[in-house]
Design a protein around this ligand. Structure first.
Ligand SMILES: O=c1ccn([C@@H]2O[C@H](COP(=O)(O)O)[C@@H](O)[C@H]2O)c(=O)[nH]1
Length: 308
């Protein structure tokens, strides 16, 4: 069984990019053709929306799979469709696994003891997609309940060859209100980062990185540099690039010398490329999937990874 960071870095080297496409479907931004499913598909409005999200996400996966290493379904959008949405996201995740992509479930789970065990069991399929009802390679988790509540996730990650991304410094403008508070001369996010790096050590095999990763936003470039030093062997998941204002220059210092150690997320700017120039022109002439392809190619080329 290959551990998570080995599988992740193999995928990044195969696709030669650290780009990750976020699957954040929203009814109001779907291409016009999805109106048919939203109006005519059997079931109630939640089931129709779930069907549209599944079809849209599958087609995004088909378009971006040649260019990126991973996808990150944002579970909230699927959950908002009720039970049909959870079935849809399960199918989307399986479709992405079948396409050879690393799948990060952005569900931001976290709870005490046995409840954390149940979350881990549900979401961390790891190297064997059939090991969990939701076939994710890795999962975002919240550290807010304390370090002991991360342990069940770490144990499951080791057992299943799965990965975790612990929220350390999130990309939203208000993330400093708690994460930036200073205790014992260090910001809370630095305390969390030190704990993530410590937990990560128990998951390191022969590779340079472990399987306990961290979420650090591109919108806080100074913290990103500092936190990379606190977490030198921790794989980073970096949201906030593109639509939230983060740039490639903000993120580059977090990569190692081989172009590894960081996955960069972009959601809206890729999946809804048909809505913004210059890709809207591509959509007009060649359709929305061509616009997504052009945006995914451009995004991937911003974060090149050398072949192994
Ligand atoms: O700190 C965080 C943690 C998670 N996210 C999620 O990433 C995507 C970002 O979408 P964009 O369209 O590229 O802005 C979204 O699912 C967020 O919930 C984040 O942005 N920041």
């Amino acid at each position: 069984m290959n551990d998570y960071s080995t599988r992740l870095h193999t995928a990044m080297q195969a696709k030669r990019t650290a780009a990750l496409v976020g699957l954040d479907p929203r009814e109001s931004s779907l291409p016009a053709e999805f109106a048919r499913i939203l109006q005519d598909h059997p079931g109630d409005r939640f089931e129709r929306r779930a069907r549209a999200y599944e079809e849209f996400s599958r087609r995004i996966i088909d378009v971006v799979a040649p260019f990126v290493a991973a996808v990150k379904p944002q579970i909230a959008f699927f959950e908002d469709c009720g039970p049909a949405g959870m079935l849809a996201v399960r199918n989307v995740m399986q479709h992405a696994r079948d396409a050879g992509l690393i799948v990060i479930a952005d569900a931001k789970r976290g709870d005490i003891g046995t409840t954390a065990e149940a979350y881990a069991s549900a979401w961390l399929a790891g190297s064997d997609p059939s090991a969990a009802p939701y076939p994710a390679d890795s999962l975002t988790v919240s550290p807010y309940l304390g370090s002991d509540t991360l342990t069940p996730f770490v144990d499951a990650a080791i057992q299943r060859g799965a990965g975790l991304y612990v929220l350390v410094r999130t990309s939203n403008p208000g993330s400093g209100s708690f994460q930036g508070l200073v205790a014992n001369d260090r910001a809370v996010c630095d305390h969390v980062a030190a704990e993530v790096e410590r937990l990560n050590q128990s998951t390191r095999g022969n590779g340079s990185y472990g399987s306990v990763g961290a979420v650090v936003g591109a919108t806080h470039p100074l913290e990103l540099r500092r936190l990379r030093q606190v977490m030198p062997t921790t794989p980073l998941l970096v949201p906030g690039y593109g639509a939230q204002g983060g740039t490639a220059a903000d993120i580059r210092p977090a990569f190692d010398g081989q172009g590894l150690g960081v996955l960069v997320n972009s959601s809206r700017n890729v999946i809804f490329a048909h809505l913004r120039p210059p890709y809207s022109e591509v959509a007009e002439s060649r359709g929305w999937e061509a616009a997504v392809e052009a945006a995914a190619r451009d995004f991937a080329s911003e974060f090149p990874v050398p072949a192994a």
